[in-house]
Write a new protein. Structure first.
Lengths: 398, 150
């Protein structure tokens, strides 16, 4: 670079995305850095805008759950559940008890598989591929349960306005309980391994802190809010289905860093296992759905606690068999926006982790090469030696 | 029990409250009082902005601000109307970051203007190959033809 082209300020841009081999969805994060420190960030989205709100008013109420199920492959129960809750609110009906319990069981199973998926990805982001492979292996048991009770590993099609679409048969219950036992044992092992590991703690603590005030100003939801000390959970605050009868713990941590977010998710997994056991234990008999004759004109709000936070659906009906307007808000819409403040002041390497901490569909890796006078300063062996020395130092600290 | 509703009625006497059920309140207010009402719900009552919904109706653009009071589980929805010949609403994003993205989204998909927004650029549609005079969530948007052209 010639002398005249040198930029006046020390600020540079580090682009992450929009297309990246390790990213599952396209999003563009423009990090503005001074040296290693991130001073600001711009977020660009819409690279894969599919127009669900546009398509939905062209479909009938029976078709819409299948459409919104495809918004997200990971939380593919939360969106249809929120939709049918909104429809049921317009009609002022409720799912019969057995249908409500089935919906709750599937909703919680989804949380277990989603949190295990995130823990695996989080391990992958920080270079612990063992955590990734183990977590995804244990998640497999939950997916097998899904296949057994709904016929599909993802996109369960379990909800319909007025109840659940499929019953859970008595002979399936022991198999679900057995899978839960395995999941609980393995998640406990994984939790202890992750939370006790000094390297993971050193890497995640005090990284990407979102304070309580920032969490409230950005109206973030779900584990992102609960890890910043905001005690909200739609399942408790505005209960639907079987949550009305249930009691469970809601882990809330004040720290707001990546480690707290990981902890909240891991602890929630055990609560979900508890909820499913309780639901299976006291599952009422009777019909699983009521017949919805017609949808009167009116408006309804359906919201539910997805693994990532509150999913919000608003429906307006004009009395026909199609809605007039369907507003859909996924939890990441609120959570990703808060990244702008969470990454500020951290390093570039921390930014990738911070971005991953609210939404598992993003990752990035860095490699290092140090040159001096045109010669490579550190070889692979040198880096390995440095890494061992650092591990020793961390071990002494914890 | 619903102190926020009482407070809002005192603050804005012309507010019309419709109760769909005890946990869903829809409060119609004149658009000039929007900022006042939103500040009251968020700052004084500690509510969270769940999201906003913009709807193109015969009477004008109806915008709903869904505030969730998580302590009680009640959803307070502020309803304001922006007339078609003057689709403008005061921006909340200047004091409330949670409203930033959704105002940008309503601006590009419905064509509602939010004076006072710090950065009113498109959020979802393309910067380069989207016709900025077209608003896909408006009723007069030609759905079928648009699909065939592309």
């Amino acid at each position: 670079m010639s002398e005249g082209m040198r930029p006046m300020s020390d600020r540079r841009i580090v682009p992450i995305g929009p297309y990246h081999p390790l990213q599952e969805e396209p999003e563009f994060f423009k990090l503005i850095v001074e040296g290693e420190t991130v001073v600001d960030m711009e977020i660009n989205l819409g690279y894969n805008h599919r127009g669900h709100e546009f398509i939905s008013p062209e479909l009938t109420y029976d078709q819409i759950p299948f459409l919104v199920e495809r918004i997200c492959g990971i939380c593919s129960n939360s969106h249809p559940l929120a939709t049918v809750l909104a429809v049921e609110e317009i009609c002022a009906i409720k799912a019969p008890p057995r249908g409500a319990y089935i919906r709750t069981i599937i909703h919680e199973l989804e949380r277990i598989h989603s949190h295990l998926l995130w823990v695996g990805l989080a391990g992958h982001f920080i270079g612990y591929n063992t955590v990734w492979m183990w977590a995804w292996r244990y998640r497999e048991h939950i997916l097998e349960v899904f296949e057994m009770i709904t016929g599909n590993r993802n996109h369960y099609a379990a909800n319909k306005p007025g109840g659940a679409r499929r019953d859970i048969l008595p002979e399936q219950v022991p198999q679900i309980l057995a899978a839960l036992d395995v999941a609980e044992k393995k998640t406990l092992m994984l939790t202890n391994a992750v939370l006790d590991d000094p390297v993971i703690r050193a890497r995640l603590e005090r990284v990407g802190v979102l304070t309580r005030e920032q969490a409230i100003a950005y109206s973030v939801v779900g584990p992102t809010a609960r890890a910043s000390g905001v005690d909200i959970d739609v399942r408790r605050d505005d209960p639907h289905d079987a949550y009305v009868d249930l009691k469970w713990n809601i882990p809330v941590l004040p720290e707001g860093d990546v480690f707290a977010k990981a902890k909240v998710r891991l602890l929630e997994t055990f609560e979900s296992i508890r909820i499913i056991r309780e639901c299976l234990g006291r599952m009422p008999d009777g019909p699983i759905q009521v017949r919805v004759e017609e949808i009167p004109p009116g408006e309804g709000i359906g919201h539910t606690e997805a693994p990532r936070g509150e999913v919000f659906h608003y429906l307006r009906s004009d009395g026909s068999n199609r809605p007039l307007r369907h507003k859909i808000r996924a939890p990441s819409y609120m959570n990703i926006a808060s990244n702008v403040v969470a990454v500020r002041g951290g390093s570039i390497a921390d930014a990738a982790l911070t971005l991953a901490a609210v939404d598992p569909c993003y990752c990035c890796t860095e490699r290092m090469a140090a040159f001096e006078d045109g010669k490579l300063k550190l070889t692979g062996k040198d880096l390995l030696r440095l890494s061992w020395q650092k591990t020793e130092r961390i071990r002494e600290r914890f | 029990m619903r102190e926020a509703e009482t407070g809002l009625r005192v603050l804005i006497p012309e507010a019309e409250v419709y109760e769909h059920n005890p946990k869903r309140l829809y409060i119609t207010i004149p658009r000039e009082r929007l900022t006042e009402a939103a500040k009251f719900l968020h700052r004084d009552r500690g509510m969270r902005l769940a999201i906003c919904t913009g709807i193109d109706t015969r009477a004008g653009f109806e915008v709903l601000y869904h505030f969730s009071e998580d302590v009680t589980g009640i959803m307070y929805t502020l309803r304001v109307l922006a007339p078609k010949d003057d689709p403008k609403l005061e921006s909340q994003a200047s004091w409330f970051p949670a409203a930033d993205w959704i105002e940008r989204e309503m601006h590009e998909l419905l064509g509602i203007d939010f004076p006072g927004h710090p950065n009113l650029i498109p959020l979802l549609t393309s910067d380069t190959d989207w016709d900025k005079s077209k608003y896909p969530l408006r009723r007069d948007f030609e759905r079928r033809n648009e699909a065939h052209e592309r």
